[in-house]
Design a protein around this ligand. Structure first.
Ligand code: ATP
Ligand code: MG
Length: 576
């Protein structure tokens, strides 16, 4: 591509609403433009990146024996009613009516559609296993679209669905997708880690997320410092405590705590550790108030609470709801005498001598014995694993990371095939239900995650495999015939060699060209200047390195093409 003809509207200013680096650079670099919250246009550079990611995904899915199809975005409600998800999925599902008043949704995921497709065709065990995938725009009406492509409302996903004769064969399909995912993310140049995960609204038995390690990630991961175990904190196993989390004893008594609303404030005021307090959280589970009790220094695992309550919508109670449910003002809520289900974290079983809110202004209760003073509905594991705590599997300890989930593999069992009756005849002519797996990759999110891991102050540093262009050629004096001719020749030869090349033929100062090249993030930069050309050399610089080097102008195209190929081969090797 010739830059002078390209639609690459770069910006000097940081856009006001962009807080995360990948979002900033995709806007500034002319990759994307917002259309509505979480909905974007992909400009030529952005679309090239997406297409390159898609190519890698297609190659590895095809290699693993999956076949590409395309399902519709508009899905009739009947299919979603068959599995009960029409009711269960909640407001993330964008619903609409056609001209006849029939209900539809814009597909956020396609289990129902693919099961319907397969059940109509599948007859015999001989047709299995089969794995069908698509790459398609999905819509999820996310509560908080965020950080550009990281969490969009309309985004591109690769979703695959496997069908097997039994659980054993399904496990093989799962493993083959797991291996394909490792190759895909390595080829995309990502530093990632597969972790055990919650199965969420998709349902099913076993699942792994592929997490790109990045500070800006939304997901909290714990990994053992000794064994292989790594999991999303939503899912991380917690080793059962041998002793109750709080042991104090004593009488139930009121303590005046004027203005002390937080765990930290109360602990400091009473000169006790936060771990001697019990945190009382009120949640609205489908409009019904419930209370959760945790040790003061712990965090709630909302996913565990969602599973426990089976609620479609689960939110922390707002001030008014809280007051109505407990009578207590914010900051002084507690479990003694309340009239609602109270779920206490496992760690609090047998807790005594604890401090809780008293449901009245500026007052707490001390000496609380849960068994004696509180009507606990159930003790369940409701907290998140913390860094430093013992691993549930071995003698090691947890370390925490932040991650961006770029892929997710689920073993589904018959969660969808059973209610939708997706069956086949086995060797004995007996009807059996197909055993399924489903496998998602956030194509557009990969682009954002790659930038989070690969950038500096000046802009993006694309991995070679997914860069919009692999090489950029910069003629530094556009009024010098020799320079222009050499740049054009190199450009043409690189195209001949199959290299994706951007020729910056704009009539701009070298400084401006260098700045844009850095911002856009093309991995290899070749500058052609009057002086060095006179000496028979070109200046080569890797975007990721600070120093440049000179290469002979003679045979430059072949040498550069080889560098590009070697770099892609290196990434391929990392995933093998
Ligand atoms: P999250 O926990 O981030 O909401 P999810 O569990 O809802 O993700 P899946 O249903 O497993 O996601 O979807 C498969 C993949 O699609 C995810 O691994 C992620 O990479 C991508 N994805 C999901 N939601 C979004 C979104 N709103 N924007 C961009 N990519 C997304
Ligand atoms: Mg989600």
């Amino acid at each position: 591509m010739r830059y002078s003809k390209a639609f690459v509207p770069t910006l000097k200013e940081v856009p006001a609403d962009a807080k995360v680096d990948s979002h900033v650079f995709m806007i500034r670099g002319g990759y994307i433009r917002q259309v509505a919250a979480g909905v974007y246009n992909f400009l030529p550079l952005g679309w090239r990146v997406i297409q390159r990611i898609e190519t890698i995904v297609r190659e590895e899915m095809d290699r693993a024996g999956a076949q590409e199809i395309l399902m519709p975005a508009a899905i009739p409600a009947e299919l979603w009613q068959e599995t009960g998800r029409w009711q269960k999925y909640g407001p993330e599902l964008l619903r609409f009516k056609d001209r006849h008043g029939a209900d539809y949704c814009f597909g956020p995921t396609h289990e129902e559609v693919v099961v319907d497709l397969v059940r109509r065709e599948l007859k015999s065990y001989r047709e299995l296993p089969t794995n069908l995938y698509q790459i398609q725009g999905k819509f999820r009406d996310e509560r908080r679209p965020r950080a550009g492509l990281m969490r969009g409302r309309e985004f591109i996903m690769k979703d695959a669905y496997s069908f097997d004769v039994d659980a054993e064969s399904a496990a093989k399909s799962y493993d083959s997708m797991y291996a394909a995912y490792k190759r895909i993310f390595a080829r995309c140049g990502l530093d990632f880690r597969p972790v055990e995960a919650d199965t969420g609204s998709i349902g099913g038995a076993k699942s792994h997320e592929f997490q790109v390690l990045a500070e800006s990630g939304e997901d909290n991961i714990v990994a053992c410092d000794t064994c292989e175990y790594a999991a999303n904190v939503e899912q991380a196993a917690i080793r059962a405590a041998s002793e109750p989390g709080i042991q104090g004893g004593g009488e139930l008594s009121k303590v005046s705590t004027p203005g002390k609303k937080t765990i930290a404030d109360v602990a400091a005021f009473m000169k006790i550790a936060p771990s001697s307090l019990i945190k009382s959280l009120v949640y609205m589970a489908d409009d019904k108030a419930i209370m959760v009790l945790l040790r003061g220094d712990r965090s709630l695992n909302e996913i565990a609470l969602k599973k426990l309550t089976g609620a479609t919508e689960l939110f922390p109670a707002r001030e008014g709801q809280l007051q109505k449910a407990t009578g207590g003002p914010v900051g002084f809520v507690g479990p003694v005498g309340v009239d609602m289900p109270v779920y206490a974290d496992m760690e609090l079983k047998g807790a005594s001598g604890a401090v809780v809110g008293a449901n009245s202004m500026d007052t707490h209760l001390s000496g609380v014995d849960l068994a004696r003073d509180v009507k606990v509905t159930e003790y369940v594991s409701l907290r998140q694993a913390e860094p430093g705590e013992p691993c549930a599997r071995c003698e090691g300890h947890y370390v925490s990371y932040k991650g961006i989930e770029v892929g997710h593999v689920f073993s589904l069992g018959t969660v969808y095939s059973q209610p939708m009756n997706c069956s086949f005849l086995d060797e004995n002519g007996k009807s059996q239900i197909a055993v399924m797996g489903c496998y998602g990759i956030g194509i557009t999110r990969i682009a954002a995650a790659a930038i989070e891991q690969n950038h500096d102050k000046g802009g993006i540093i694309w991995p070679m495999s997914i860069a919009p262009y692999e090489v950029t050629v910069l003629p530094l004096q556009t009024n010098d015939e020799e320079v222009v001719r050499a740049a054009n020749e190199l450009y043409e030869s690189l195209l001949d060699q199959g290299v994706a090349v951007l020729l910056d033929d704009r009539d701009e100062r070298p400084g401006a060209k260098f700045k844009d090249a850095d911002l856009i993030g093309v991995p290899l930069r070749i500058a052609i200047g009057k002086r060095s050309l006179g000496e028979g050399t070109l200046e080569l610089k890797w975007r990721r390195e600070s120093e440049s080097s000179n290469i002979p102008a003679q045979g430059a195209a072949q040498a550069i093409a080889k560098l590009v190929a070697d770099e892609k081969a290196r990434l391929r090797g990392a995933g093998a």
